[in-house]
Design a protein around this ligand. Structure first.
Ligand code: UTP
Length: 297
């Protein structure tokens, strides 16, 4: 019987060097997309997919992240007193149930695979999700929910996949496809950041996974992969070698790479335009600057 996925790991121990100097003191995951920190988008997506236990793999300097999930009784009281019920509801919607969150330290940034492995004792022998909060996905049905529904049919292991330009494959984990069934693909191999001429396809893995606990055993055995880091991709690929299913899932939605400056700015514009209270002002501003640009040419 396939078990339900109720645990998710959020690896947030990276240093976020691409956002220095901001990330000297602000964890990347607390940076704000419109008016919510990146991590809130990830939590909301996980909740929609039925996740009940939220495991954060953190590191030194991520205190603001832990504070963010504390309840704020004083703030709530103040908003209540002032009759700001709308804001109060927004604040309350971010509250997490006591005991639903666990924090584990990754003492050294040895890679995504290592970060996931750090949470092994909390996962034990259940399937689990991994969400990278840098990958923000705008979708009618949240991406992880789409995957959980597909996983109920396949079991095994599942990674979110999307087509990228062939020249960009060297920035991703890339799938070697055995059987393309449309939204689902059966995978026969995976390579992390292949040179462009060695990429087996242009189907790239992005930051959503549903994994079997066997992947944690594979991580036990892996010393290091591409770039000297312990790669999650290698531990998933090892599942194929052991004849256990690995599937890619072409999700419906738009993914923004908020780990990069350009991706973050694009997400800010897209999420701003999606908000009724901001759309008119923002789109007018965008139209104006495009006209100014064109006039200057
Ligand atoms: P990135 O490759 O984006 O690294 O990690 P980073 O440190 O966050 O950012 P840059 O490249 O220095 O700007 C992808 C995800 O894996 C986590 C990160 O926190 C991020 O969510 N990660 C990475 C870890 O938790 N531990 C690691 O050792 C490496």
């Amino acid at each position: 019987m396939k078990r339900k996925v109720t645990k998710a790991i959020f690896p947030v121990a990276g240093m976020g060097t691409r956002f220095l100097p901001a990330t000297k003191s602000v964890p990347k995951e607390i940076m704000t997309l419109v008016d919510r920190p990146l991590i809130q988008y990830a939590i909301d997506e996980a909740r929609a997919a039925g996740i009940k236990e939220f495991i954060f793999v953190t590191s030194r300097g991520k205190g603001a992240l832990e504070d963010y999930f504390d309840h704020a009784p004083q703030l709530e009281q103040e908003l209540r007193k002032k009759g700001k019920t709308e804001l109060l509801d927004i604040v309350k919607s971010t509250n997490m149930e006591s005991g639903a969150i666990a924090y584990i330290r990754q003492h050294k940034a040895l890679g995504l695979g290592h970060a996931v492995w750090c949470a092994r004792r909390l996962i034990a022998d259940e399937p689990f999700a991994v969400i990278l909060p840098d990958d923000v996905i705008a979708a009618d049905k949240p991406c992880l929910q789409q995957m959980v529904e597909a996983y109920a049919e396949t079991g095994g292991n599942m990674v979110a996949a999307m087509e990228v330009a062939p020249e960009s494959t060297s920035a991703y984990g890339v799938l070697d496809v055995a059987d393309d069934m449309g939204a689902l693909v059966k995978v026969r191999g995976m390579v992390e950041k292949p040179p462009v001429d060695k990429a087996p396809s242009n189907l790239a893995v992005i930051g959503r996974y549903i994994l079997s606990p066997d992947v944690l055993c594979n991580l036990n055995k892996i010393k290091s992969g591409a770039g000297g880091e312990i790669q999650l991709t290698d531990a998933i690929a090892a599942e194929i070698a052991q004849n256990r299913g690995v599937y890619g899932y072409r999700f419906r939605g738009q993914r923004f790479d908020c780990g990069s400056k350009s991706g973050f700015l694009q997400a800010t514009v897209a999420f701003g335009l999606a908000r009724e209270d901001l759309r008119d002002d923002l789109s007018k501003y965008l139209r104006d600057i495009v006209h100014m640009d064109q006039a200057a040419e």
